[in-house]
Ligand binder design. Structure first.
Ligand code: NAP
Length: 249
């Protein structure tokens, strides 16, 4: 898949799934804006992308902060002149029972996971309208489709991402902006490190995955590459679950 001359912003991309997506899009030829709350690791990824003959810019962005988001778009257009692709990947997960989860935990999760998608999409759309085309990819979760215990805020945020994806697809189709989501299953990243280090938990998780393995960030990056490319031009409003078959039962 060829993304030559395209400009892609990937939020929360200093590590994990976001980093794998940034690298996959860069390998396909896109210029990448590596955006995250922690700039040090972003700069490291910029160097990695340059080492494979790509072009990238690091931008410190808290996706829940409208000023940061607006600056992210401004710095992108200053450096690369346009935005073609936005991957709303930044997200947090807190495993807490309803008894333990606080109102602040709930608000913070919704602010980053859901409001971040809203703010970044709202800010990027005028640039995509100028291009006459665009691709927005939201990273949801299987936890947006079914319930997971002790994850009320996370499940609420990811379920809302699946439906805001449908709404934005409907609203932005007139501008040829495709809006789709990816629903990862259990993927090996820092987010799931503690869960997967516990042998019993890992076995229980594996028992729910028909393809019998934990997912890799690259599994999600492959789906993102497809949804960012012209090959998916007639697809909008969907959530593509990349979960080893978790949701089949
Ligand atoms: P990760 O390794 O924890 O990476 C998430 C990245 O987002 C981190 O670099 C984090 O930075 C950044 N981030 C957090 N808050 C931010 C904010 N306010 N603004 C900008 N960046 C922020 O997690 P991951 O597993 O790669 O997850 C990526 C996405 O996939 C998330 O949306 C997650 O919900 C989703 N997902 C993951 C899984 C899985 O099994 N791993 C499954 C389903 C869905 P800091 O660490 O510095 O805060």
């Amino acid at each position: 898949m060829n993304l030559k001359n395209k400009v892609a912003i990937v939020t929360g991309s200093r590590r994990g799934i976001g980093k794998a997506i940034a690298l996959a899009l860069a390998k396909a030829g896109a210029n990448i804006v590596v955006s995250d709350i922690n700039l040090d690791d972003c700069n490291k990824l910029v160097e990695e992308i340059k080492a494979i003959n790509g072009n990238a810019l690091a931008v410190k962005t808290d996706v829940s902060n409208p000023e940061d988001v607006s600056q992210m778009i401004n710095l992108t257009t200053e450096k690369f002149g346009k935005v073609d692709i936005l991957v709303n990947n930044a997200g947090i997960y807190m495993q807490k029972s309803l008894t333990d989860v606080t109102e602040q935990d709930f608000d913070r999760t919704l602010d980053i996971n859901l409001k971040g998608v809203f703010l970044c999409s709202k800010a990027v759309v005028p640039e995509m309208i100028k291009q006459g085309k665009g691709k927005i990819i939201n990273i949801a979760s299987i936890a947006g489709q079914v319930g997971f215990a002790n994850s009320s805020a996370y499940c609420a945020s990811k379920g809302a991402i699946i439906n805001i994806t449908r709404e934005l697809a409907l609203e932005l189709a007139q501008y040829k902006i495709n809006v789709n989501a990816i629903g990862p299953g259990v993927i090996e990243t820092d987010m799931t490190k503690d869960l997967l280090e516990d042998k019993a938990t890992k076995e229980t998780l594996l028992a729910n995955i028909p393809l019998s393995r934990i997912g890799k960030p690259e599994d999600i990056a492959n789906a993102a590459l497809f949804l960012a490319s012209d090959n998916s031009d007639y697809i909008t409003g969907i959530t593509l679950f990349v979960d080893g078959g978790w949701l089949t039962h």
